[in-house]
Design a binder for this molecule. Structure first.
Ligand SMILES: *Cc1c(COP(=O)(O)O)cnc(C)c1O
Length: 380
């Protein structure tokens, strides 16, 4: 995986000139900076980027250039990455489970904000960190109303334990805060409202005035043509419900988008390796590569077909099942998608909005997954 120095006008131009044999991620720095500014200007608090969604250096650098000052990390390697690329940025270490050596490394790397969701991990922080100027944010979780909670059920104290932990954090002399994550790709503003209300109840039960409330990531990417996410609406709901739930003791707000920040600035270009007996489409990228997440979050329909000359194919659609290149049976995209009926071997499929949890989770399983990164002025 390498970043080429040439800047192309758009993916179609690159494809027509290069006819790439391997998958290509097209990166538009301008789109990333626009989204970053939308968060910085629109969110009613401090914006931190969840590095794991896409830790590429060009992503971190463009975010810093756009004025982003905060980064959420889950590991020591991510802390070092941020300290190298954005030395003065604020780092939040919100992975609630850590080894002792990781806590010590974080302290040495000037990290001053930690999340916690259990008694055992709080005890480690109390033992290893100074209290002065250090924030501990108790991460809580509400029972999910069915949503995309699977990935996040791993973390978060129930409200009763959260109140207990929060009281301990304050008593120990740390700056007490609360945090939650409404579940990734959350399109419902009501989920944030429900959690903000619960945060106020937890703080009240603990008898603690919290300094900050971290409303998580979860901000949705644009996955379906017919459903554009309403970030502004979500920001407004967060501001209003914080005021009404906390009143005079309203905490400062923090958010830490991963997907919502980086999804839109990358488009994946994959080539049709084979159209097996005019039926199944075999791509040169799949669920072990940049499309790793699709079996979990569902197929996107923002897919365009280009001929090898870079011309868009718009023929009457036909439903297709898409397979990745490896010999593994799970390497198949979920469901079926309508694609131009005259789709042919050697055509390219462009998947929009694929910047999050794609490059970061790509494996090289079965000898595939060698993705090139190309910079473009525009993704359209
Ligand atoms: C992964 C993660 C995020 C980012 O989640 P998205 O759904 O990608 O926005 C935010 N906060 C924490 C603590 C995380 O682990």
């Amino acid at each position: 995986m390498g970043l080429s120095k040439t800047i192309w006008a758009k993916p179609a131009e690159y494809i027509a000139h290069q006819r790439p044999e391997n998958p290509v991620m097209f990166f538009a720095p301008g789109v990333l900076q626009d989204v970053a500014r939308r968060f910085i200007d629109g969110f009613p608090g401090f914006v931190s980027y969840a590095v794991k969604a896409n830790p590429m250096e060009v992503v971190i650098e463009n975010l810093a250039t756009a004025g982003l000052r905060g980064f959420h990390v889950g590991s020591v390697a991510e802390m070092r990455l941020i300290r190298r690329l954005a030395p003065d940025a604020v780092i939040h270490y919100n992975n609630p489970v850590r080894a002792r050596h990781e806590i010590i490394a974080a302290h040495e790397l000037r990290v001053k904000s930690f999340a916690v969701d259990s008694r055992s991990e709080l005890a480690k922080l109390v033992e290893l960190l100074p209290t002065q100027g250090v924030e501990i944010s108790v991460r809580f979780r509400l029972p999910a109303p069915g949503a995309e909670d699977r990935a996040f059920a791993k973390f978060g104290a129930d409200p009763e334990l959260a109140a207990d932990l929060l009281a301990q954090v304050a008593a120990a002399g740390f700056t007490p805060s609360l945090s939650f994550h409404p579940g990734t790709q959350c399109t419902e503003a009501a989920e944030w409202e429900r959690h903000i209300l619960a945060a106020a109840e937890i703080a009240q039960k603990a008898g603690v005035t919290i300094a900050r409330l971290n409303v998580g990531g979860g901000f949705p990417g644009h996955r379906l043509n017919g459903e554009k996410p309403d970030l502004k609406g979500i920001f407004a709901a967060i501001a209003v419900s914080t005021q009404s739930a906390f009143g005079e003791t309203a905490p400062q707000l923090v958010c830490e988008p991963g997907r919502g920040m980086v999804a839109e600035c990358f488009t994946l270009g994959t080539c049709v390796r084979a159209l097996r007996d005019d039926e199944h489409v075999f791509l040169n990228d799949g669920t072990y590569g940049s499309l790793d997440e699709l079996p979990l979050v569902g197929l996107t329909d923002r897919i365009e077909v280009l001929s090898p000359e870079g011309q868009r194919k718009n023929g009457p659609a036909r439903l297709r099942v898409l397979f990745g290149p490896t010999c593994d049976w799970v390497d198949r995209l979920p469901g079926a998608v309508p694609l131009a009926g005259d789709l042919a071997e050697g055509d390219y499929l462009l998947f929009s909005g694929l910047g999050a949890y794609s490059i970061a989770t790509n494996t090289r399983f079965n000898g595939f997954g060698d993705v090139a990164i190309e910079t473009v002025l525009s993704l359209k």
